[in-house]
Design a protein around this ligand. Structure first.
Ligand SMILES: *Cc1c(COP(=O)(O)O)cnc(C)c1O
Length: 398
């Protein structure tokens, strides 16, 4: 069948692909340890589930306002004020079916054919395709491990052309775990204001941060950058609510209203009773969030230490999120049983076949020298999986 040009420009999410391949091997009875997961391995906190169950029992099972119930918008507004020192009103907030959907609607509302969108690499896999689906042109700006995987104001300014519409920032980052320090954020904001570039600020990992320094949203730096910024966030990662599909954006009223129109002609409201759970997640006790973060930190410390001890592997210490991004390109050119490893896809393939571990190739994130390992899995799996990776790599050293 002849499909639309639009859909032909994109590919399915590569992270899902590798998870599926590993699942197929598992189904054949092969024991695979997965480092591919893009979601927390914890259950959703009980009080949040209870709030959604109560909502179901009360009959909150009908359409809601397209942009979300007021109680959830108010909880989001209170959260942005409390955590990020940002003031918004209800017209400046929209709830969607996950932050991915928020970003999709945002791109549809903001981009015109050919508009350029600056995406620092390594980047989250969905950004380029979301931009392409809206007719925009992704412009990748490479950041290096030496720079802490952070965009610099200089590189940002150099990438700006007459056609530049927006910059997408994600901190803490998926896949690197890097997050911005205040100075760099200030400098980037200055460039954005100078050239009138919108900033899409994806802060979905803000609660999974291991530094002593509090997360700062770029929107909170001054009024001018706040006007240019759309804060994107969601409940999936902080509250282990990936299946609930709740994400949100806060920004200029006319943009939010345009996103509302798009949503009203596509999904309509996010699921009614899920929204009630969301209210409880944001307004209720944050104890579980802290517990999950502490558990993630223990795993990060272990996994980074182990990877650094492996031969020809270097590993950046992530400040947040639940991924490590080790550099494995020192193995490129090595062979095993006649197969030469030339890139991150070959390495992922090799580790799946020889090591029975699934990892995501760095190429999926625009950084072919690396692999992404998620530590949203048990300590036992992490230990066992790292032993397997170490053994598999040693075979290449032989
Ligand atoms: C997981 C993720 C999202 C989207 O999460 P939703 O489940 O759609 O809310 C957005 N951005 C990044 C960087 C992510 O890792």
């Amino acid at each position: 069948m002849k499909l639309s040009k639009r859909v032909s420009s994109i590919k399915p999410s590569p992270t899902l692909e590798i998870t599926e391949r590993a699942a197929a091997m598992k189904a054949e009875g092969i024991d695979i340890i997965g480092f591919g997961a893009g979601e927390p391995d914890f259950d959703t906190p009980e009080h949040i589930k209870k709030a959604a169950i109560d909502a179901l029992k009360k009959g909150y099972t009908k359409y809601t306002s397209v942009s979300g119930i007021n109680a959830l918008k108010d909880a989001i507004i209170a959260k942005l004020q409390r955590d990020n020192r940002l003031a918004y009103n209800r017209e400046e907030v929209i709830v969607s079916c996950g932050a991915k959907h928020t970003l999709y609607n945002l791109a549809q509302a903001m981009f015109e054919d050919g508009m350029e969108v600056i995406i620092p690499a390594p980047y989250w896999v969905s950004y380029p395709d979301i931009v392409l689906l809206a007719g925009g042109t992704p412009v990748f700006v490479d950041t290096t491990e030496e720079e802490g995987f952070l965009l610099t104001a200089e590189k940002f300014e150099r990438a700006i052309t007459k056609g530049t519409r927006a910059l997408i920032l994600n901190y803490p980052s998926n896949p690197t775990g890097a997050t911005y320090d205040l100075d760099t954020l200030e400098e980037i904001a200055k460039v954005a204001v100078k050239h009138n570039i919108f900033v899409i600020s994806d802060e979905i990992y803000e609660k999974i941060l291991y530094t002593d320094i509090h997360h700062v949203s770029i929107a909170s730096l001054n009024e001018k950058i706040k006007e240019l910024t759309v804060v994107v966030n969601g409940l999936s990662k902080a509250y282990s609510m990936t299946g609930w599909r709740l994400g949100y954006a806060a920004g200029q009223k006319d943009l939010i209203s345009a996103m509302n129109n798009i949503q009203s002609q596509s999904t309509s409201n996010p699921t009614s009773f899920a929204q009630y759970g969301g209210v409880d997640a944001l307004n209720g006790s944050q104890d579980e969030v802290i517990k999950m973060r502490e558990e993630f930190k223990k795993r990060r410390d272990y996994i980074v230490r182990r990877l650094k001890m492996m031969r020809r592997v270097s590993c950046f210490n992530p400040a947040g999120a639940f991924y490590v991004f080790p550099k494995i390109s020192f193995y490129y050119g090595k062979s095993f049983k006649g197969h030469t490893i030339k890139n991150s896809l070959d390495m992922s393939d090799y580790l799946l076949r020889e090591g029975r571990v699934s990892v995501v190739p760095g190429a999926a994130f625009g950084a072919d020298d690396y692999l992404r390992l998620s530590y949203a899995t048990s300590m036992k799996n992490i230990e066992g999986g790292l032993n397997r990776i170490e053994e598999a790599l040693e075979k290449l050293n032989a």
